[in-house]
Design a protein around this ligand. Structure first.
Ligand SMILES: *[C@@H]1O[C@H](CO)[C@@H](O)[C@H](O)[C@H]1NC(C)=O
Length: 307
């Protein structure tokens, strides 16, 4: 018996030590508990927590008038209260959709924090002025009166257009750099739902594409085109963002101008690195210059390495 155990250990030891990564992936019906992903995966997974916090707060506040501090304070983990988040004036349909998005984002924050330690909620600037600044930058001059994301359905949908898409390009960019199955499964799951949210937002805006955003006399489509062009400029890495109507050569198969979903020449989702994402969400075009939605900068090792 003792000999047998000793012999088994001899066989098992070299095997188990050849796995530098100690992973456990327990499938418990639809739930999973995952631990010990390699360090490089941890950095790549914790980075998008910055965006998920912002989405959770913006969607919960916009639809329900409260955020994580009321719904799931343990996830905010003592992070500062978001600046000037508020409830939006929404129709029942849009409020319902956005509330679903809000709770989905809470799930995403939870999923990331259950997988890696993560960090408390960073300071988020969700004030009207913060979104108005994005729109002014997108048009290259101040809109008068300043854009108010919380004023009505169309404004809120346009403000929302600014967010999940950036997260989804980040997940596409992170995927090929991941090593562990646990991290890949998590990122695929997050990407799927973020893309879905982006598609819903784009479809709702597409339906309203020819309507003017009041009181500017500028169409919804033009707003999306301008916001996407701004993100391309800030990201400094070519075209990775497209509005609802494009030149024919940028449409699917170079054959159509309607652009309900953004995609490259193969209609595959664009990818972005954390650096490109920081340049966009800081509104500064520089990963080392915080501002915009993150006045104190984003959290986590990757973002901190630039500050
Ligand atoms: C929030 O953003 C607006 C617009 O950029 C800015 O004027 C305001 O000072 C910011 N608030 C904080 C506390 O950073």
């Amino acid at each position: 018996m003792i000999v047998f155990v000793y012999f088994s250990l001899l066989i098992l030891l070299p095997l188990s030590s050849s796995y530098s990564v100690d992973e456990c992936f327990i499938n418990d019906q639809n739930n999973y508990v995952a631990r010990n992903v390699p360090k490089s995966d941890v950095d790549l997974i914790e980075f998008p927590l910055n965006l998920e916090f912002m989405e959770a707060e913006f969607f919960l506040w916009g639809s329900l008038g409260y955020g994580l501090d009321k719904f799931a304070p343990e996830l905010a983990d003592g992070g500062p209260v978001p600046i000037s988040a508020q409830i939006a004036k929404l129709s029942p349909l849009i409020r319902d959709v956005i509330a679903q998005f809000g709770f989905q984002e809470v799930g995403h924050v939870r999923a990331i924090k259950d997988t890696v330690a993560g960090f408390p909620r960073p300071l988020l600037n969700l004030s009207r002025e913060s979104f108005a600044t994005v729109m002014n930058d997108a048009f290259g001059h101040p809109l008068e009166p300043p854009f108010d994301p919380y004023a009505n359905d169309i404004n809120y949908l346009l403000a929302s257009y600014v967010i999940p898409y950036v997260g989804l390009t980040g997940y596409v960019g992170a995927n090929p750099k991941l090593h562990s199955p646990t991290a890949k499964r998590l990122v695929a799951g997050l990407l799927g739902v973020e893309s879905g949210q982006d598609a819903v937002l784009r479809a709702l805006l597409y339906e309203r594409g020819r309507e003017n955003v009041k009181p500017y006399g500028i169409t919804v489509t033009e707003f999306t085109n301008r916001i996407s062009a701004l993100r391309n400029k800030l990201g400094r890495h070519g075209i990775k963002d497209e509005g609802l109507r494009v030149q024919r050569e940028f449409g699917a198969e170079g054959s159509i101008r309607g652009n309900i979903l953004a995609g490259d020449k193969y209609s595959l989702a664009y990818d972005r690195t954390p650096e490109e994402i920081l340049r966009i969400v800081y509104g500064s075009g520089q990963e080392s210059k915080p501002g915009g939605f993150y006045p104190n900068g984003a959290e986590g090792r990757i973002a901190k390495s630039y500050l």
